[in-house]
Write a protein that binds this ligand. Sequence first.
Ligand SMILES: Cc1cc2nc3c(=O)[nH]c(=O)nc-3n(C[C@H](O)[C@H](O)[C@H](O)COP(=O)(O)OP(=O)(O)OC[C@H]3O[C@@H](n4cnc5c(N)ncnc54)[C@H](O)[C@@H]3O)c2cc1C
Ligand SMILES: *[C@@H]1O[C@H](CO)[C@@H](O)[C@H](O)[C@H]1NC(C)=O
Ligand SMILES: *[C@@H]1O[C@H](CO)[C@@H](O)[C@H](O)[C@H]1NC(C)=O
Length: 532
Amino acid sequence: MEKTLVSPTTLILLMIIISQFMSIVGDLKTWNPSLPYEIFSQDFAARLSLSPDSVAAASGDFGGMVTETPAAVLYPASAADVVELIEFSYNSSSPFAVAARGHGHSARGQATAKDGVVVEMSSLKRNGGRIRVSWSESLGFYADVGGHELWVDVLRASLPHGLAPVSWTDYLYLTVGGTLSNAGISGQSFRYGPQIANVIEMDVITGKGELITCSKHINSELFFAVLGGLGQFGVITRARIVLDKAPTRVKWVRMLYDDFTKFTRDQEHLISIDDGLDYVEGSLIMTQSPANNWRSSFFSPSHQSQIASLISNHGIIYSLELVKYYDDETATTIDEELQEMFKGLSFIGGLVFEKDVSFFDFLNRVRSGEVKLRQKGMWDVPHPWLNLFVPKSRILDFNVGVFVDIILRQNKTSGPILVYPTNKARWDDRMSAVVPEEETFYCVGLLHSSRVNEWEELGNQNEEILKYCDEAGIKIKQYLPHYKTEEDWEKHFGKKWQIFQQRKALFDPKLILSPGQRIFSQSSSWVWSIDA
Ligand SMILES: Cc1cc2nc3c(=O)[nH]c(=O)nc-3n(C[C@H](O)[C@H](O)[C@H](O)COP(=O)(O)OP(=O)(O)OC[C@H]3O[C@@H](n4cnc5c(N)ncnc54)[C@H](O)[C@@H]3O)c2cc1C
Ligand SMILES: *[C@@H]1O[C@H](CO)[C@@H](O)[C@H](O)[C@H]1NC(C)=O
Ligand SMILES: *[C@@H]1O[C@H](CO)[C@@H](O)[C@H](O)[C@H]1NC(C)=O
């Protein structure tokens, strides 16, 4: 991961950009100096940074494994700046790449734009972006939110109204545009659907530089393309998010299992209860698991030593994690309701632990972990993550082949391993997001961190896991997918590949947007020349 020197292509690109801006400004000046467009373009040029610091900051991401240097970074003051940038590239005889960068929490350079322009979406916030909460008879409660907003800010803006979004990610310092480009999943998805299933309407700037409002009813092709669309069809500048009445508190429970079959059977049972739980997840606990996974305040010291001996006996134990929301009205019945639901579950006797926390603290639970890791210098390290959707019918095979035979045996793990079921009913097949064929599938997150220069070992383990699934015929789908060849992408999208390509031709025919996903490459036609 060495720093790339400024390449000739970069220089040429800069010359093109700069000369074109000069000519826009220049031309307009002679035509009509009072046109607002002229001022806008001058300001626009000022918001385009070529500084080494800006460029370096936009070259990498949370994954820490990929460095792709853009030629410039745009700090937009409004959506109009993004329109102008994309339109400019689209008009040019040698279009350059443009990538929206949300919070840069991708793992594999998906928000980078080699030799192109990265749009630092967060600068829209500095320029007065607002979150508006509204109600209408036909839509109920909703929030209009900039694509650049962090989910934690959406939560903070809606809670004072007694409202909140219904579908979440585990971690809230991710942007609305970034998660909607993937799916946005967590323990709530089984009940409320992924975040992409809770969007009413969006404003999107396509790869032609057109700002288009879309929904299921208006410009629906663009709407469905963008949801789970990996940034390939447009930049989301506004999303209208479904809100519902927010609970004030949650009962947060963890129970431990020494048997994977019982663990998954209970998870599947719990997500099948109508109007039951609000959140169901689960994780593996091994010697090499992060300490906070089980040496946490959830478990008393005496329980911690019991857990330690269970781990040494069994190799892996399983933690089922669930939540039921409540408020003043339901406070008196919540415990009884939970006890009713726990009847017949097969966790290890006595190993059930409960916390009672505020709704906000529960949703924001990963933040305190982040703060601790940062203090230890363990946050800004490489993250060779692998996220998979595994069909329910093969989860037991996956356990043996992957968790036991690869992960436990190789003993390389260094991060949480999440395993929880969800169901397909709330995933609209018209969206770009891809999930397995079965009604119920498991979300598996291998959330590794590694020392600098040591991530390749875990990367190889990930490859081995994918190879095992392929050979065993386990039809997994990658979430936050990362592939190297077009054949891999074709296989990933399956029956959606053709429509994905058609939508690309329709909304980004010059292959300008989010090249860091490495789905479409300009390859040989991507030649810069001054006289082009
Ligand atoms: C600690 C941590 C926890 C996580 N937990 C979860 C989880 O529980 N569930 C889950 O689903 N995911 C989770 N993720 C993954 C997360 O959803 C992705 O990293 C996602 O990319 C969002 O991050 P971001 O907002 O920083 O987007 P970026 O990484 O900046 O961008 C992601 C992609 O979307 C494009 N993009 C960004 N903004 C826009 C926009 N406005 N319009 C169009 N395209 C855009 C980018 O070009 C890029 O291709 C987690 C990530 C981290 C680091
Ligand atoms: C792009 O081309 C269109 C049509 O020729 C023109 O109206 C528009 O101003 C151009 N935009 C930019 C940013 O050059
Ligand atoms: C796994 O590795 C850790 C340290 O990295 C070590 O403490 C532990 O004993 C190992 N476990 C096995 C089963 O080899």
